[in-house]
Design a protein around this ligand. Structure first.
Ligand code: NAI
Length: 325
C-alpha cells in the first residue's frame, strides 16, 4: 500500500467537518487502497470537541486510518499536508456587515495560505468550503506564491449536485443519466447553473431549457437558494450534503472525472470565458492526471452570458473588498 496521505481538515469539530471525516477515513475520498493520516485543526475553544471526534474515529476501527491528530496551530496541522480541506470559517454573527465578514475571513485565509505556502507538501491540494468560499480561496492563493494557484479551489460541487438532482426530478431520469451540467460563478445566490450543454437521459439540456418559465422561475432559483431552503427545513445549514460534495470534489480531482462528463469547481481563472485572470470562479472542469482542466470552447449564449457576467462582477467586488481590507 502507498504511504498515508496527510489530510488536514479545518473546522473539524463543526457540522461539515464531523460529517466528512468518517467517510474520508472509510476511503470514500481517496479510494479504498489509500491509507490516511488525518489532522484536525480547530480553534482552541473547539479542541475538546475535536478530540471527541478523534475518539470516535478511533472507535470506527477504520483499516485505512493510520493516525488522527488534533491541533489548534495551523503550522503544525498543515506540516507536510497533501490535502487541505478548509471548512472552518468565521460565520456571520448578528448585526455583522458583509464587509466585516469579508475582512474577518480574509485574515483567516491569508494566514492559512501563508502557512500552507511554508509547510505543506509539494503536492498540496486545497479546497475551500468555508464561506465566502471563492473569495477565501482567492485570498489564500494570493498568500501562497510558491504553490501553483490552480491548486487552490473552492467548493461549488454541492451546487452542481443540487442541479443534477433537480434535473433528475424534472425530467424523470436517473441522476446517473445526467451529465455535462455546469455551475458558473460564485457559490452564492448569483451562481448560474447552466444546462444548455447538459445531457439528460435521451434529451438535451437545451431542450429542457426551452421552457424558459421553468428555467428562470423554478430551476435556477431552486438550485441557487437551496441552502436557504435547507436552513428553513432543518433549522441548521446543509452539512452532510456539503460534506458529500467536498468528498466528491477531492475524489474526482485525484481519481478523475467520468469519461464524457465534467464537473464544476471554482478555481483561479486563467482568463477564459471572459472571466478576468485570478478571479476564483466556478467553471466546467475535467480532471486529467490529477489536475483540473477547464472545458474550453463551449458556446455561451446571451442568456448564459448575462448571468455569468453578473456573478463574476460580484466575485470581482468581493475579491477587491477582501484583498484591500
Ligand atoms: P460550523 O459552525 O458547524 O463549524 C465551523 C467550525 O469551524 C467550528 O467548529 C469552528 O470552531 C471552526 N473554525 C472557525 N474558524 C476556524 C479557523 N480559523 N481554524 C480552524 N477552525 C475554525 O459550520 P459548518 O456548518 O460546518 O460550515 C462551515 C463553513 O462551510 C461555513 O462557512 C459555511 O458557510 C460553509 N458552507 C459552504 C458550502 C459550500 O458549498 N461551499 C455549503 C455549506 C456550508
Amino acid at each position: 500500500r502507498p504511504a498515508p496521505a496527510v489530510v488536514t481538515v479545518t473546522g473539524a469539530a463543526g457540522s461539515i467537518g464531523y460529517a466528512s471525516v468518517f467517510r474520508i477515513a472509510a476511503g470514500a475520498m481517496l479510494g479504498h487502497d489509500q491509507p490516511i493520516a488525518l489532522r484536525l485543526l480547530e480553534l482552541p475553544q473547539a479542541v475538546p470537541a475535536a478530540v471527541g471526534t478523534a475518539m470516535e474515529l478511533d472507535d470506527g476501527a477504520f483499516g485505512l486510518l493510520k493516525s488522527v491528530d488534533v491541533f489548534d496551530d495551523p503550522r503544525k496541522a498543515f506540516d507536510g499536508a497533501s490535502f487541505a480541506l478548509l471548512i472552518g470559517a468565521r460565520p456571520r454573527s448578528k448585526g455583522m456587515e458583509r464587509a466585516d465578514l469579508l475582512a474577518a475571513n480574509s485574515d483567516i485565509f491569508a494566514a492559512q495560505g501563508a502557512v500552507l505556502n511554508d509547510v505543506a507538501a509539494d503536492d498540496i491540494r486545497v479546497i475551500v468550503v468555508g464561506n465566502p468560499a471563492n473569495t477565501n480561496a482567492a485570498v489564500a492563493a494570493a498568500h501562497a506564491p510558491e504553490v501553483p494557484s490552480q491548486r487552490f479551489t473552492a467548493l461549488t460541487r454541492l451546487d452542481h449536485n443540487r442541479a443534477i438532482a433537480q434535473l433528475s426530478h424534472r425530467a424523470g431520469v436517473e441522476v446517473g443519466e445526467i451529465s455535462r451540467v455546469t455551475i458558473w460563478g460564485n457559490h452564492s445566490a448569483t451562481q448560474y447553473p447552466d444546462i444548455f450543454h447538459a445531457r439528460v437521459g435521451g434529451r438535451s439540456g437545451a431542450d429542457l431549457a426551452a421552457d424558459r418559465d421553468w428555467l428562470v422561475d423554478d430551476f435556477i432559483p431552486t438550485v441557487a437558494r437551496r441552502g436557504t431552503a435547507i436552513i428553513e427545513a432543518r433549522g441548521t445549514s446543509s452539512a452532510a450534503s456539503a460534506a458529500n460534495a467536498t468528498i466528491d470534489h477531492v475524489h474526482d480531482w485525484v481519481l478523475g472525472t467520468p469519461a464524457d462528463d465534467w464537473t464544476s469547481t471554482a478555481l483561479p481563472s486563467p482568463g477564459v470565458y471572459g472571466v478576468p485572470e485570478g478571479i476564483v470562479c466556478s467553471f466546467p472542469v475535467r480532471s486529467v492526471d490529477g489536475q483540473w482542466e477547464i472545458v474550453e470552447g463551449l458556446e455561451i449564449n446571451d442568456f448564459s452570458r448575462e448571468r455569468i457576467d453578473a456573478s463574476v462582477a460580484e466575485l470581482a467586488a468581493e475579491r477587491d473588498a477582501a484583498l484591500t481590507s
